[in-house]
Structure formats: C-alpha cells, structure tokens
Design a protein around this ligand. Structure first.
Ligand code: AMP
Length: 329
C-alpha cells in the first residue's frame, strides 16, 4: 500500500473508534514524547467527542516541560479501543504491555521494520523523526483537519530533537517544509530552546568530569564507562547517566563514540549507547543484544570482558574504515 493510502486507512480507523489509546517506546526521547503528545492533541482537537488517551509507563525528565500525562485508565477500557503505537520498532519495546488488550493496533514509525506488527502499519524509514510523520499526517489531510499552536509545539519539539536540530542526514527538504508548517502555527522557539539547552550546575560539573575521564582507542573510538560510583558521586538518574553519549559527539577523528552505563547494584547489564558519523554501528550493536539505526544504536553487555570485546570490534571497524575511505573528519 502506498504511504498515502496507509494514512487514509489510519484516519478511517480513527474515525471508526470512540476510544483511542496512544503508546510509545520505553525510556522515551523527545521524538517519542512529542509524537505521542502531538497525535493526542491533534485528535482531541479534531474529534472532541472521542476519548483519546496517552498510556505509557515512563516519561523523561528533559521533556517534562511539555506537560503532564494521563493517569492510568481501567483495563476494561482497552478492549474496544484502537491502539496507536508510535516511534517503536518492535513490540517488546512498547512501554505499556496492555497494548495487547486493544481491539486493533496501528503502528507509525521511522525505524527499520525488523519485526513488523499492527493491523495497519505505516513505516517510513527515511523520515527524520516520528514527529515528522505526525506532521505529514496532518499535512496529508489538512483540508479536513485543524491544528493549533499547542499541538504543533509537541510535534516541532520532537522534530528538532530527533534530527539533532535539523542537522542529521535524514533531514530532507520535506522535513524542513513540514517543520515550517508547524512553526506557522505559532511556537515560542525562545522558550523551547531554553528548555532544551539550559543545564543544571551539577550536570555541567559532570560534563567536565566526563571530558577528563573519557578515553580514545588507537583508531579513534571515544568511550566512557559511567559506573555506579560516578552515578552516585554526581547524583545522576539513569537518564542523566545515559545522556553522557551526547557529550562525545563532536570530537575530530572520533567517528564512533560509545557510552557504557552500569546498571543498579545487582544488575549486571551494562547499557551501551553507540553513535557514529559516516560509518555504521548498528551491525556492532546487533552482535551485542541490540540494534538500531546506522549511526545511532543501543546494545547491552553483561561483563567488562564483553565491554572490551565490543570496544575492540568498534576500533577494528573504525581502523578499517579510515584505511579505506577518505573525506571523513
Ligand atoms: P539508544 O542509545 O538506547 O537511545 O538507542 C539508539 C537507537 O537504537 C534507538 O533509536 C533505538 O530504537 C535503537 N535501539 C536501542 N536498543 C535497541 C535494541 N535492543 N534493539 C533494537 N534497537 C535498539
């Protein structure tokens, strides 16, 4: 089915149901939050007679400025509802397992469709964000649907965060056109960017600590191990600890950068966040219980030994890449 046909089918399903429940992935990011809140707001605006719920098990601190979320609803309400899952490649990553109770399920996502699911699935891997898809959904039916500034702000926020402020290669002319369409609804970008950029004093102290303790392999893989001691010293939430990956993204010659985040006491899983430019890292992530995008993936290792092995693989691949390719920075 063509993308526009799928969107039509989704709109038809939305019209058909009186209750719609929206889901996203665990440990949500700006795109997961923005796209789900954006679709919820869009549907509430256009279908005030319907019940539109956002039901997820977790939220993220840095998106709390987008406002509170719905309280959990009774299980009985799921059985005659349409579920819409956004920004979530596989069912195991859906943050609320009750999605299974919904009568029908729609998937909207921009990740690689490794394990398709849903009665209707709209996946466009080349889109820069799921928020871009929600903007597109509005754009496709703008003769029938209304939008307002509050809705556009949710959508625009995820477009901004998931595209690295419109910097990543996935950003197309259409991304910017759709972002423009959102901006036209009236978004206070000063407040938006203040929310995205202002940092706590303690978190800057942590950043300087990270720069002091990061390491670089022979071929230029920069990495940091955020152990429990470090997390305790700076009073970091697991989200703040995971965010360390973003500090390492602008180092010349380091085309791959990794953050290893130690779990809570008693949990031997070490979360790995892999990022890269020019070279792909998802094949490495897939070998360590993970996966993801070409240049942004996640994995899990269960020992220091496995951590060293992953690092050695990344170093080897980067060495090979540098030997055979030119033009990188
Ligand atoms: P993260 O560093 O955890 O934010 O992951 C980066 C990207 O990789 C995200 O877009 C995730 O969708 C994807 N990802 C993370 N962990 C996994 C996994 N275990 N399996 C498949 N994809 C993953």
């Amino acid at each position: 089915m063509k993308n526009i046909e799928v969107q039509k089918a989704i709109l038809e399903k939305i019209r058909e149901y009186n209750r719609i429940i929206i889901f996203r992935h665990l440990r949500p990011d700006g795109d997961a939050v923005g796209s789900t809140k954006g679709l919820q707001a869009l549907l509430k605006l256009n279908f005030p007679e319907k019940e539109i719920y956002l039901q997820n098990s977790d939220y993220c601190d840095y998106m709390k400025f987008l406002g509170a979320e719905d309280e959990p609803i009774a299980d009985e309400l799921y059985s005659d509802a349409l579920g819409i899952v956004i920004d979530t490649a596989t069912v195991d990553r859906i943050s609320n397992k009750k999605y299974e109770l919904c009568r029908e399920l729609v998937k909207i996502d921009h990740h690689i469709d490794i394990k398709p699911y849903g009665d209707i699935s709209w996946v466009e891997e080349e889109r820069s964000s799921s928020c871009e898809m929600i903007a597109k959904f509005y754009d496709s039916f703008k003769d029938e649907l209304k939008i307002d500034g509050a809705t556009a702000r949710f959508i625009y926020t995820g477009m901004v965060t998931d595209s690295g402020r419109f910097r990543y290669r996935s950003v197309s002319g259409e991304t910017l056109r759709l972002a423009g369409l959102m901006l036209e609804q009236g978004i206070d970008t000063d407040i938006l960017y203040a929310n995205l950029y202002l940092d706590e004093y303690n978190s800057l102290k942590f950043k300087s600590y990270v720069y002091k303790h990061m390491k670089m392999t022979e071929n230029g893989v920069v990495h940091i191990f955020v152990d429990r001691k470090m997390q305790k010293k700076f009073g970091l939430t697991s989200e703040q600890a995971s965010n360390v990956i973003s500090y390492l993204d602008s180092i010349k010659g380091s085309l791959i950068w990794l953050a290893f985040i130690e779990g809570k006491k008693g949990d031997n899983a070490i979360r790995v966040r892999l990022r890269s430019r020019f070279i792909t890292v998802n094949q490495i992530a897939e070998r360590y219980h993970g996966g993801g995008h070409d240049c942004a993936s996640g994995a899990t290792v269960y020992s220091k030994r496995e951590m060293a092995a992953l690092l050695a693989e990344a170093d080897r691949e980067l060495g090979e890449y540098k030997k055979t390719k030119g033009g990188w920075l």
